[in-house]
Design a protein around this ligand. Structure first.
Ligand code: PLP
Length: 474
């Protein structure tokens, strides 16, 4: 039987046919998705692992004897070899020269961001608050980047946010230019932005990196949402710090991320403490410690030496498929989804969906944040949508996705409303999400997010469009 909808999609997206290898991969390595009749649409939350990754990792564990890498016995050497291999594989994958970049393994992207936040020399050595620099960041940032502002303020730096603008939730190039030119002359200053938004999926220009560096900024690139479906070439773009989580790229292992740092920039960080594994010498009676150089000085305790081989396996997996191919496929599927969602209307003539961010696939990734509207134009509570999606085996994400800056602009929540809410005496110490909802006068505090990735296919996006059709004329 001819599948007219699919044929139409293929005719409109000739590039999609070139990604047929991913259909074969899905049948082979991700067959559990179809076995369980599940529709997975939360790749920005977590990527999915292929069966072959797990098999290779388990085989390695079954065969080897691996001890704590902080020794030099045979089992320790075997682990060190695997950890070194994972480290060099990460550099190779991102085309980062080993004399320029170093890989620090962390527990996730947030761990990498915290390492930078807690160690960045905003105030410089002995400079005091008067000599502190600035922390510049876009409204569009994950909370694990927003949280760095607390470290910055403690060190006397000022914090400057550049807003995103409606309707596309992008940043004005003029505003960025102005703010970059306004770098304070004292102290060190850090500019942080996501390569791809986890809210709107906007891809912010990587050209900002060279511009900011030429104006004296250090640059922190959050690549957590970008790396799973895009090539990040550190031979071409050279931020000082890159943060990412590997489970977002290829699903497994969880609990491992990386800070990929320029050696020179890493050497300027000042760690607030030392720990097992981070020092060459520490003395109790002498009350001194000497931090190890490079990555070792930033990896507290024992790294996940059994999990790290799975990072190398995952990178091999993604390289074999080709992240460029995943990108092409996700791009085509996202474009189709956007067209469908934007064209659906209730019989009242009102639109079914309000998409936050770009509604075409120029410079955006494969996540779509939206709210469904009823036939009178009111938002349908995203919690209700999630509950209904659950009954159909559709995994999607709801809420504000830990990105309050983009969310506030998208949902029209103003600075004044927030100030009124946060200064209520009853909200001095605690504020639950329900209190917050009441506080901003019933406006939606969140949205629905669907996101595509490594194993997505046409069936997945069609299932979501069918689900959306079921909401017509509510
Ligand atoms: C853009 C972005 N940055 C940072 C993070 C934090 O990642 P993790 O929770 O793995 O630390 C996420 C997670 O969704 C993200 O999407």
């Amino acid at each position: 039987m001819i599948d007219i909808e699919y044929e139409d999609f293929l005719a409109g997206n000739p590039a999609y046919s070139r990604t047929a290898a991913i259909d074969e991969l899905r049948a082979r390595d991700y067959s559990r998705l179809d076995r369980h009749a599940q529709v997975y649409l939360d790749y920005t939350g977590s990527g999915l692992y292929g069966q072959s990754q797990v098999d290779r990792h388990m085989e390695l564990l079954r065969e080897g004897i691996y001890g704590n890498p902080h020794s030099s016995n045979p089992s320790s050497q075997a682990s060190t070899l695997l950890v070194d291999k994972a480290r060099s594989r990460v550099l190779e994958y991102f085309n980062a020269a080993s004399d320029e970049y170093v890989v620090v393994f962390t527990e996730n992207a947030s761990g990498a961001l915290k390492l930078v936040g807690e160690s960045y020399p905003f105030a410089g050595e002995g400079a005091g608050a008067a000599g502190a620099g600035r922390f510049l960041l876009t409204f569009d940032n994950h909370n694990s980047v927003n949280g760095i502002r607390e470290f910055a303020r403690t060190r006397g730096a000022d914090v400057v946010y550049v807003p995103v603008e409606l309707p596309d939730l992008r940043v004005s190039p003029q505003r960025i230019e102005e703010e970059l030119r306004a770098r304070p002359s004292a102290g060190s200053s850090l500019f942080a932005f996501p390569a791809q938004s986890n809210f709107s999926s906007v891809r912010h220009p990587l050209e900002w990196i060279a511009k900011a560096k030429a104006l004296g900024w250090d640059v922190l690139l959050d690549a957590a949402a970008f790396a799973p479906t895009n090539v990040l070439d550190l031979g071409l773009y050279k931020p000082d710090f890159v943060a990412l989580s590997f489970y977002k790229m290829f699903g497994y292992p969880t609990g491992i991320g990386a800070l990929i740092a320029r050696r020179e920039a890493l050497a300027r960080l000042r760690r607030p403490w030392f720990a097992g594994g981070t020092i060459t010498v520490a003395s109790v009676q002498g009350d001194r410690y000497y931090l190890s150089e490079g990555a070792a000085g930033f990896e507290d305790g024992t790294v996940d030496f059994l999990g790290l081989p799975a990072v190398a396996i995952g990178l091999d997996h993604l390289s074999r498929i080709g992240v460029g191919l995943v990108h092409e496929r996700v791009d085509a599927l996202t474009g189709w989804l956007l067209q469908r969602l934007m064209s659906m209307r209730h019989s009242s003539g009102r639109p079914l969906a309000r998409v936050y961010g770009p509604v075409d696939n120029r410079d955006r990734g494969g996540a779509i944040a939206l709210n469904f509207l009823d036939s009178r134009g009111a938002s349908i509570d995203h919690r209700l949508i999630e509950a209904e999606a659950n009954t159909r085996g559709i995994s999607l994400r709801t809420g504000c996705f830990c990105n309050p800056g983009a969310g506030e602009i998208a949902l029209g929540i103003s600075r004044d409303e927030l100030a009124t809410c946060f200064t209520k005496p009853s909200h001095a110490k605690r504020l639950t999400i329900d209190d917050f909802r009441d506080c901003i006068d019933g406006k939606s505090t969140g949205a629905v997010r669907i996101s595509l990735g490594i194993a997505s296919d046409f069936g997945d996006v069609r299932a979501f469009v069918d689900f959306a059709r079921g909401l017509l004329d509510r």
